[in-house]
Design a protein around this ligand. Structure first.
Ligand code: ATP
Ligand code: NMN
Ligand code: ZN
Length: 284
């Protein structure tokens, strides 16, 4: 039997995309749950977590400005030594598909990796020269053949709750090619509730079933139904949100009076960006 070599663990970066309107303790828990899961496999090492708040052009009802959402996420992760906030997606003027955010962070990891010879040979910014898609390192054989001092670029996996996975089934919300690229080239980590039917959902989808080895289901045993919607609702009703969001986030919300009936009316009656995009696609 092969001995476990800690140096040969596959490094993983977790990327969570969402509104974070506002960030809650549960969002932070997602990262801890996923990290524990990967640690326990003995095969992966989570080296970083990235929170990427969606941009304002997503047009979700009640979505307050990205500036505030990013600031709150940064406050919430100030004490974490491995989870950080990236504002690249949030500062885009148009809504971006999640797969594009994954691609961006994958490229960023490649370009920051000094041991990556592909990167040295093909500069990212070279115009008119299309980079070949970097093969992912899901092949354990390939990994074993690498010399121990050469670290492969980490894999970047999309971290989400089961509602996001199940939203793959909503018509005109996700493109099949995007779902395919996410599960085939990157991977998905889904935090699910005990007894949730994510497994059935995967079973019923040919594409998810084909790539089920790249979909990690993490069971959340200490269940917690905190959601941003409920936080905003409590705030509108003047109820306490203490212990549901970090104290610094609560203080920031109160100081800036971020959530009220008016803010909840933002984008009322506006169609969500992906629905707008793909519904018009299917008409053309
Ligand atoms: N209680 C939870 N359990 C599992 N996943 C969660 C939970 N709350 C949020 N998530 C996940 O966090 C990510 C960001 O979600 P989002 O910003 O929509 O937060 P939310 O709390 O679901 O907000 P909203 O109520 O506005 O939809 C998503 O992947 C979502 O599935
Ligand atoms: N086709 C897509 O890539 C697609 C569709 C719907 C939502 N999303 C993303 O999923 C996340 C969902 O966030 P909410 O649960 O707050 O709506 C957002 O980051 C959004 O950009 C992506
Ligand atoms: Zn949500």
């Amino acid at each position: 039997m092969a001995m476990e070599d800690p140096d040969k663990k596959t490094e993983v970066v977790l990327l969570a995309c969402g509104s974070f309107n506002p960030i809650t303790n549960m969002h932070l828990r997602l990262f801890e749950l996923a990290k524990d899961y990967f640690d326990e496999t003995g095969k992966y090492k989570v080296i970083k977590g990235i929170i990427s708040p969606v941009c304002d052009a997503y047009k979700k009802k009640g979505l307050i400005s990205a500036d505030h959402r990013v600031t709150m996420a940064k406050l919430a992760t100030k004490n974490s030594d491995w989870v950080e906030v990236d504002d690249w997606e949030s500062t885009q003027s148009e809504w971006l598909e999640t797969v594009k955010v994954l691609r961006y962070h994958h490229q960023k990891l490649l370009s920051s990796d000094p041991t990556n010879s592909l990167q040295n040979a093909l500069p990212l910014t070279k115009p008119g020269r299309k980079r070949k898609q970097e093969p992912n390192r899901h092949d354990p054989i390939k990994k074993k053949n690498q010399s121990p001092d050469i670290k492969s670029t980490p894999q970047i996996k999309l971290l989400c709750g089961s509602d996001v996975l199940e939203s793959f089934g909503i018509p005109n919300l996700w493109k099949l090619e995007d779902i395919t690229e996410i599960v085939q080239n990157h991977g998905l980590v889904c935090i699910s509730r005990a007894g949730s039917n994510v497994q059935k959902f995967i079973y019923e989808s040919d594409i998810l079933w084909r790539h089920k080895n790249n979909i990690h289901l993490v069971e959340e045993w200490i269940t917690n139904d905190i959601s941003s919607t409920r936080i905003r609702r409590a705030l509108r009703r003047g109820q306490s949100i203490r212990y549901l969001v970090p104290d610094v986030v609560q203080a920031y919300i109160e100081k800036n009076n971020l959530y009220n009936p008016e803010s909840e009316d933002k984008n009322a009656g506006v169609v969500l960006a992906p629905l707008q995009k793909y519904a018009s696609d299917s008409k053309n």
